[in-house]
Design a protein around this ligand. Structure first.
Ligand SMILES: [Zn+2]
Length: 853
C-alpha cells in the first residue's frame, strides 16, 4: 500500500525537539545520523510516520521514560515517508523516538549537496527529508539541537545556532555542537561545511553579523556586511520585535538553485546575489544585492518567526518579503529609487497573470512538488504589489500596526492569511478581508477602460478581466466575467493644478464625477502605478494625455508604455499607435522610463521584425538616440551622478546591442577590459561592452573569454563572461557555444540562464533547441534541480516563430516533466500567443518603418 503523493502527516503527532547527531564523510559524500525526536502524541498509536527520502533506517525505537519499545521501519517512495511500527502501542503523551540511519549527499542542488569545496543544505520546500527523517511540513515547528562530526580541522561549519562546543571527534576531525534553535520548521534548518573565509564581524544592536565565502572572494564581503548592518535595525523597528536568532551568518555558495535561502540565522546565497565590490559593480548589481539581503532578513520575521501553516500560504512569506525589501532599501538609500525596480518585476507578474494558465496568489497546493512550482512572479511580485496596494488603502501606520499585532500574536508559531487580515482589520478598523480575498483568491486582474465624459468633468470606468491572448476570453467562459473590488487612485490636472482622487470600483462600470475645478486637462487612471491593473484610455482621453506625458510621474509613464504594449498584444490597439507613442517619448530623460522603452524596442527587434527590416529599424534607433548618446560620450565626467551614468548606459545599449550601429559597436568593442580588470569603463557599461566584443569574437577571443570565466573571482563579472560565450555569432563559434552548455564550463546553477541566452541568439538558437531535444537525457541531468528545470522550460519561449512553437509543443508533449506542469502550460501559451502576434504585426511594423523614410 502506498500513502500517495498528496499524503499529509497527521496533526496529532507533534515533534517538540530534535536532537540530531550527524557524522559526515566528506571524502565519500555520505553521512550517518542518530536522531532523537521528542514527540507529543494526541492519542495512543502503534506507528509513527515521518518524511525521509533516500535514507536507510538501520535502527528505530521509542522510549517512554526508561522503557524502550522496538520499532521497524518501512519506506514509501511516493509519499517520501518512512513509517515506524512499534512492538507495543505508544500511549498518548510524550515519547522519544530514536532513529539511526545513513544516506548519501543528494544529486542536484537540494538536500545536503556538494557545491565546489563546500557541503551545503537547501531544504525549502521539502528536502530536509533528504538529510533527516523528520516532520517535513511547515506547521511542525520544533527546537533543533544539532551536533556534527567529521568536520575537517581547517574547515568552518555553520548552522542556525552558534557553535557552543568544538571538540575532537576522535577520528581526525572535529565535533561541533550548535546552540539549540527557537522552534523552527524543518525547511529553515541549515548546515554549511567547507573552507570558508569571513569578513570582520559587525554588530548591529547586539546581533553579530558575519558574511562568509570561499577564501579568494573574501574582499567581496564588505558590501554585504554594510547592507545587513544597515537594514537589520530598520526591520526590528518596523516589526517592533528584536531579531530572534541570536547571530546572523550570510554565506555565498558556489552552486545554488534559487537567489538565496532565508535559513534562520544562516542565510545562504547564490554568490552573485551577495558578493560585490561597489567600486566596480554596476549599480543594478548593487541594488540587487541589497534587495536580496533585505528580502532574506525580512523573512527572519515573516516566515521564520511566524510561519505559514501550509504551502498554500507561501505567498504570505514571499509577497511580504518582496514588498518589505523594497520598502526598507528605499528607506536606506532613497537616491536609488528602488521602487522603480519593483515596477519591472511587477511588469513580469502582469504578463504572467494575463495568461489563461495563470494561478491565484493563494493557490490550492496538494503536495511539496506543487509548492515548488509556486515560486513565481505571481507569488512574489503580484503578491508584493497587492500588499503595497493594501498599505496604500489602509495608510502606512495602520498597516504597520496590523503587521506588529500579527507578529506578536503568532511569534514562534504558524498562521494563515486570514490571521493576517484579522490583525490588519483589528488595527485599522477597516474591512480588509473583502478586498484582500478578492485579490488573493482570484486569478488575473482587470483592465480598466477610462473615458472622460461630460466635457471633461466626469470619468466613465469599466472593468473586465485582461487576457494577453485575444481569443482567451472566449476560451475561459465564466472566468472572463470576474470582477474585482478595485482601489483606484486617479490623478488629473484642472485649472488649479494636479490632484488625486481615490475611487473604489465595485461594479463592472461606474460614472465618477471628478473633484475638479472645471474640465480636466488630462487624467491618469493609476496614480503612481500603485494599482495592480492595466488601463485602456479611449482615443480622446489618450489624446489629452500624450501631449502632457512629461507631467506624468516616471512610474506612470512606464505604466502607460507597458499598458499600451499589452493592448497591442491582446489585439485591442494597433501597433502603429504604440510605435507613435514611443516616438513621442524619444526625448525621455529618466533612465528607468528610457530603459522600459528601449526594452520594448529590443523585444520588437528580437521577435517581431522581418530580416529585411532590420537595417531600417537600426537606423530608426540611431536617429532617435545617436545624438544624445554622442553628447554624453563614453566616459563619465568627474563626480557625474548615477542618473546620467545610467541614462548613458541605456542609450548606448540601444545603439550597440539593439541597433548594432557600426560606430557605436566599434567603440564598445575596443573598450573590452583586460582579463582580471574592469578597465576604465564605467561599470554600468560593462554588459554592453562585453556583449559587443563577444558577438564579434574570433577563436582567440572566445578562448580568452572562456579562460576569464574560470579565473574571475567577482561573481557578476564571471557571469558576464559566461553569458558572453553564448552571444557569439561568427564562424564556427556558435556551434562551440552550444556544446559548452552541457560541459563543465557551465555550472548547474547557470545552466538555464546560459541556455536562455543561447535561445535568444539568432546564431545559436536552432542548434540549442536541437541539443535539448536530441540530447534530452543529458540536458535533464544537467538541470537536476526542479527550479533550474522549470527555468529551462521557460527559456524556450525565446524562440519566436510559429514553427518553433509547433516543435516545442511536440517535444514537451512527448517528454512530460513532473514538477513543471505550470511552467509548460505557461510557456506554450506564451509561445502560441507570440507566434500569433508575430504573424499579425510583422507586416505593419515593416510598413510603418518604410513610411518613415
Ligand atoms: Zn523569499
Amino acid at each position: 500500500m502506498t500513502l500517495g503523493k498528496n499524503f499529509r502527516l497527521p496533526t496529532d503527532v507533534k515533534p517538540k525537539a530534535y536532537d540530531a547527531d550527524l557524522r559526515l564523510d566528506l571524502n565519500a559524500d555520505r553521512f550517518e545520523g542518530e536522531l532523537a525526536i521528542e514527540v507529543a502524541l494526541g492519542a495512543g498509536r502503534r506507528a509513527i510516520t515521518v518524511h525521509a527520502v533516500g535514507l536507510e533506517v538501520t535502527d528505530a525505537r521509542a522510549e517512554i521514560g526508561a522503557v524502550a519499545i522496538a520499532g521497524k521501519a518501512a519506506a514509501d517512495a511516493e509519499s517520501e515517508t518512512v513509517t515506524l511500527s512499534f512492538a507495543d502501542e505508544l500511549p498518548a503523551g510524550e515519547v522519544r523516538v530514536r532513529i539511526v540511519y545513513r544516506g548519501a549527499f543528494s544529486p542536484g542542488l537540494r538536500g545536503l549537496y556538494r557545491a565546489g569545496s563546500m557541503a551545503v543544505t537547501q531544504f525549502e520546500a521539502a528536502d530536509a527529508r533528504r538529510l533527516f527523517p523528520c516532520f517535513d511540513e511547515p506547521a511542525f515547528k520544533a527546537v533543533w539541537r544539532l551536533r556534527v562530526e567529521g568536520v575537517p580541522n581547517q574547515a568552518i561549519a555553520i548552522s542556525n545556532g552558534k557553535v557552543i562546543r568544538d571538540d575532537n571527534d576522535g577520528r581526525g576531525g572535529r565535533r561541533l555542537t550548535f546552540a539549540p534553535t527557537p522552534p523552527l520548521s524543518s525547511y529553515l534548518v541549515a548546515l554549511i561545511v567547507g573552507p570558508l573565509s569571513a569578513s570582520p564581524v559587525e554588530v548591529a544592536r547586539d546581533v553579530p553579523i558575519t558574511t562568509w565565502t570561499t577564501p579568494e572572494k573574501r574582499a567581496l564581503t564588505a558590501f554585504a556586511q554594510t547592507i545587513a548592518t544597515a537594514v537589520l535595525p530598520r526591520l526590528e523597528d518596523y516589526f517592533g520585535l528584536p531579531y530572534a536568532f541570536g547571530k546572523l551568518d550570510q554565506i555565498g555558495v558556489p552552486d545554488f538553485e534559487a537567489g538565496a535561502m532565508e535559513n534562520a540565522g544562516a542565510v545562504t546565497f547564490r554568490e552573485v546575489a551577495l558578493l560585490a565590490d561597489p567600486a566596480t559593480a554596476p549599480l543594478a548589481v548593487q541594488k540587487r544585492v541589497a534587495e536580496v539581503i533585505t528580502h532574506e532578513l525580512a523573512h527572519q520575521w515573516f516566515g521564520n518567526l511566524v510561519t505559514m501553516v501550509w504551502w498554500d500560504d507561501l505567498w504570505l512569506n514571499e509577497a511580504f518579503a518582496t514588498w518589505m525589501a523594497y520598502k526598507i532599501v528605499d528607506d536606506w538609500r532613497p537616491s536609488w529609487r528602488i521602487w522603480m525596480d519593483f515596477e519591472s518585476g511587477k511588469g513580469a507578474a502582469l504578463a504572467l497573470d494575463a495568461l489563461v494558465s495563470a494561478h491565484p496568489i493563494r493557490a490550492d497546493i496538494n503536495n511539496a512538488e506543487e509548492a515548488g512550482e509556486s515560486f513565481d512572479a505571481i507569488t512574489y511580485e503580484k503578491g508584493g504589489a497587492v500588499l503595497r496596494m493594501l498599505e496604500g488603502f489602509l495608510g502606512a501606520d495602520r498597516f504597520r500596526d496590523g503587521i506588529r499585532l500579527y507578529m506578536r500574536r503568532h511569534r514562534e508559531a504558524n498562521a494563515t492569511a486570514d490571521d493576517l487580515w484579522g490583525a490588519l482589520g483589528e488595527a485599522s478598523g477597516l474591512p480588509i478581508q473583502e478586498i484582500s480575498d478578492d485579490w488573493i483568491r482570484k486569478t488575473g486582474y482587470p483592465l480598466i477602460d477610462l473615458a472622460l465624459v461630460d466635457g471633461g468633468v466626469a470619468l466613465e470606468l469599466k472593468q473586465r478581466r485582461f487576457f494577453s491572448d485575444p481569443s482567451a476570453a472566449a476560451a475561459v467562459g465564466d472566468g472572463a466575467n470576474t470582477k474585482w473590488l478595485v482601489p483606484i487612485v486617479l490623478r488629473f490636472k484642472d485649472a488649479k493644478g494636479v490632484k488625486e482622487q481615490p475611487v473604489m470600483l465595485r461594479e463592472a462600470s461606474a460614472r465618477i464625477p471628478l473633484n475638479a475645478d472645471g474640465p480636466v486637462a488630462w487624467c491618469i487612471g493609476n496614480a503612481d502605478s500603485r494599482g495592480f491593473y492595466r488601463t485602456n484610455y479611449d482615443d480622446a482621453t489618450l489624446g489629452k494625455l500624450l501631449p502632457a506625458v512629461g507631467e506624468l510621474r516616471p512610474a506612470e509613464r512606464i505604466a502607460l508604455i507597458s499598458d499600451q504594449w499589452a493592448l497591442v498584444r491582446s489585439d485591442q490597439a494597433p501597433i502603429e499607435r504604440f510605435l507613435d507613442l514611443v516616438m513621442s517619448l524619444r526625448g525621455e530623460e529618466d533612465h528607468v522610463v528610457l530603459d522600459e522603452i528601449v526594452g520594448r524596442l529590443a523585444l520588437i527587434e528580437h521577435r517581431f521584425l522581418a530580416d529585411e527590416d532590420r537595417a531600417a529599424f537600426g537606423k530608426l534607433l540611431t536617429d532617435m538616440y545617436g545624438e544624445r548618446a554622442a553628447k554624453l560620450g563614453w566616459s563619465p565626467a568627474p563626480n557625474e551622478d548615477d542618473e546620467i551614468r545610467l541614462r548613458r548606459a541605456v542609450l548606448l545599449r540601444a545603439l550597440v546591442v539593439t541597433a548594432r550601429d557600426a560606430g557605436a559597436v566599434a567603440e564598445a568593442e575596443k573598450r573590452l577590459p583586460a582579463a582580471g580588470s574592469t578597465g576604465d569603463v564605467d561599470p554600468n557599461l560593462l554588459d554592453l561592452v562585453v556583449t559587443a566584443a563577444a558577438r564579434r569574437a574570433d577563436e582567440a577571443r572566445f578562448e580568452d573569454l572562456r579562460a576569464r570565466v574560470k579565473t574571475e573571482t567577482d561573481p557578476a563579472t564571471k557571469r558576464r563572461y559566461l553569458h558572453a560565450l553564448a552571444r557569439v555569432e561568427e564562424g564556427a563559434l556558435p556551434a562551440r557555444a552550444v556544446e559548452l552548455a552541457l560541459s563543465d564550463d557551465v555550472p548547474m546553477q547557470d545552466f538555464s540562464s546560459f541556455v536562455s541566452v543561447l535561445l535568444g541568439n539568432r546564431a545559436t538558437r536552432e542548434a540549442t533547441f536541437a541539443m535539448i531535444s536530441d540530447r534530452w537525457a543529458e540536458t535533464r541531468a544537467k538541470a537536476d534541480s526542479p527550479m533550474i528545470l522549470r527555468r529551462l522550460v521557460e527559456a524556450l519561449a525565446a524562440l519566436p516563430e510559429r514553427r518553433h512553437y509547433e516543435a516545442v509543443r511536440a517535444f514537451l508533449d512527448a517528454h512530460p516533466i513532473d514538477g513543471a506542469k505550470q511552467a509548460i502550460a505557461q510557456t506554450l501559451e506564451r509561445m502560441q500567443m507570440d507566434a500569433a502576434l508575430r504573424d499579425r504585426i510583422l507586416p505593419p511594423v515593416g510598413a510603418w518603418l518604410r513610411g518613415r523614410r
